[in-house]
Design a protein around this ligand. Sequence first.
Ligand code: PMP
Length: 431
Amino acid sequence: MQHTKSKALYEEAVKYIPGGVNSPVRAFKAVGMEPIFIEKGEGSKITDVDGNTYIDYICSWGPLLFGHGSPDILEGIQEQLLKGTSYGAPTAIEVEMAKLIVEAYEGIDEVRMVSSGTEATMSALRVARGYTGKNKIVKFEGCYHGHSDALLVKSGSGTLTFGVPTSPGVPADVVKHTLVCEYNNQEAVKALFEEHGEDIACVIVETVSGNMGLVPGKKEFLEYLREVTKAYNSLLIFDEVITGFRLGYGSSPEYFGVVPDMACFGKIIGGGLPVGAYGGRKDIMEIVSPCGPVYQAGTLSGNPLAMYVGKKTLEKLKNNPGIYKELEQKASYLAQGIRNNLKALDLELTVTQVGSLVCLFFTSGKIESYEDVKDCDLEKFNKYYKAMLERGILMGPAQFEALFLSTAHTKEDLDVTLKANYEALKVAYNK
Ligand code: PMP
């Protein structure tokens, strides 16, 4: 497999863009490679500038639930495009979009659109602090909530990959109100609330963490978070940037039976265009400007093109509830196939799967928190990664990322992937 054109583009890119990329994980640094530059995507496949085609399990890191360029989602977008790309004034489509989210998500009465997941979580924290009049926030080790200052503490994804638990440039004064707990550890949360409960504005959590590989939240843990936040008049915020409309049309409240005070969205609700959103109960959201004093704004918020694709995406999901079952079946077929390969090769590695997300950890035993994943054998993972890529399988280029499945992935794609998985494991472990 040749990467000549990607290499040339990368050499040019590093002259003008830090590290040659606009988001760190795209650099392929964690797997000791140079980035692959993409030419186009179609369905479950993605083609690079050298003409290599891969089965794509990045799917833009989650937004592409229907794969690349889904024709029914993009149908009509040209009409919207010709009407203008942004107005800076309200449109009907924003109202429709907000209504779809509010009707789908239990506990949310109002929603504000923004342009990224980072903006959504950052804004939700401000609202939680403004609403409660308290300062501290609780987050969990290995959960990533975007790159705003207060949340860039012991976070996952690229920050795990690059070993930057807290980034330079974040003043200690800013993060002194950020309390970090072990994921899925009820006792640790209890202790934190006993000590700081009176000043905890909110707990923010990924109900299924997709930023330290794939670590499912336990139902009892989420139930406890609901209970303890209520008892201390703190808010519970679900960061559904990955899980929103992926676990099901009702997202985490439907999946786990736990209803938060606020939720943050991104990815799927934009179908691949830049979008984020945060919402909550009416009494909470009505403190947001211009109703109330908590300020938050955005030039491109509710962008008509993003709203168009988002609305089409949500409508398609709403009208085809069977999609979630189909996605779950595909993901469990893949997860089970990987487990079968591991068994055939006498390897003890752990595979996790929730809905349409799958992760193969290069470690064995239970996977419940960052503690459990941090000892993964990254050297073996990197060998495996390269062998998979050579066989035409594109995954997030780091151990701490999940595989994202879409409805466009066919059984044939999954079988090709499982064959590659068997061979790549053999390469990684010299079997
Ligand atoms: N929250 C979660 C759970 C995420 O996975 C991400 C990004 N992967 C974000 C927030 C930040 O979203 P964005 O990259 O759109 O700013």
